[in-house]
Design a protein. Structure first.
Length: 260
């Protein structure tokens, strides 16, 4: 059978392989593979941070600790300080936790046989809800409930415009939880689907060439190169999505706590 025809039959199975399934238990009480991998990624994140913290020295000598420290400095300067400004240090633990957990989850999902927690909309909804509650809490803490709600309509607006602007800003704020969740899930799911399709095509072309089918060997090699290129691209996407989720959370915190 032509590899492209075989692909058409395999794609639905590939798509279903990303569906949430219980590893034990059932709908009333159980655990899906995405929840299991979320716990695994959390433990990996915790182990990475604790291991790096024990190896920190005044003069960096350990490459692993230096890499983690560089990641923290990246969160501190490029997300905390630049997006939040004054008072950003109190939010660094939250932002660093978000960044490292999402980054590690995305990278774990690139390992064959593993699942990324961010490939489930339920997990990304939970992450987005945590971010949403966090910046709302700090907005209320900084301005008070009345002051925070009042800040949705900037001062100086004509009186007739205040209700409309206030409603639009409130709607925009609530919508942030949706955009955070869907953006992360959509990019990770789409990326893994593309990788899966390229992997299927590569294996089919190589299999056809081995069996002596009329398939050009150059095509098989090209698909292998395409697969490596897509894998490298997905590594970049995994980092970018962790960055985007964290920087947007930092921006929302800055908007919620700023005086303007």
């Amino acid at each position: 059978m032509n590899p492209l025809e075989s692909l058409a039959e395999q794609v639905p199975h590939l798509q279903h392989s990303f569906d949430s399934a219980f590893v034990f238990g059932s709908g009333s009480f159980g655990m899906t593979q995405y929840v299991l991998w979320m716990i695994i990624c959390f433990l990996i994140t915790l182990a990475v941070v604790l291991a790096a913290s024990k190896r920190l020295t005044l003069i960096p000598t350990n490459k692993f600790a230096s890499m983690v420290e560089y990641g923290y400095e990246f969160v501190k300067k490029d997300m905390g300080e630049s997006a939040i400004g004054h008072g950003y240090k109190r939010h660094l633990p939250f932002l660093a936790t978000l960044f490292f957990f999402i980054l590690i989850s995305n990278f774990v999902g690139l390992i064959p046989g593993c699942k990324t927690p961010t490939g489930s909309i339920s997990i990304t909804w939970a992450l987005a809800a945590i971010s949403f509650v966090y910046f709302i809490y700090w907005g209320i803490r900084a301005k008070g409930l009345g002051g925070y709600l009042k800040s949705f309509a900037p001062s100086g607006l004509p009186v007739v415009m205040v209700p409309l602007v206030w409603f639009l800003e409130l709607f925009s704020t609530v919508l942030r939880v949706l955009t955070l969740a869907v953006r992360l899930y959509g990019n990770m799911f789409a990326g893994h689907m593309v990788l899966g399709i390229f992997a299927l095509l590569t294996s089919m072309f190589i299999g056809s060439a081995i069996q002596g089918a009329p398939v050009d060997g150059a095509i098989s090699i090209a698909w292998v190169l395409f697969l490596f290129a897509m894998y490298a691209l997905e590594v970049l996407v995994a980092f970018l999505q962790a960055y985007v989720f964290t920087i947007l959370s930092a921006v929302y915190i800055g908007l919620a706590t700023s005086d303007h």
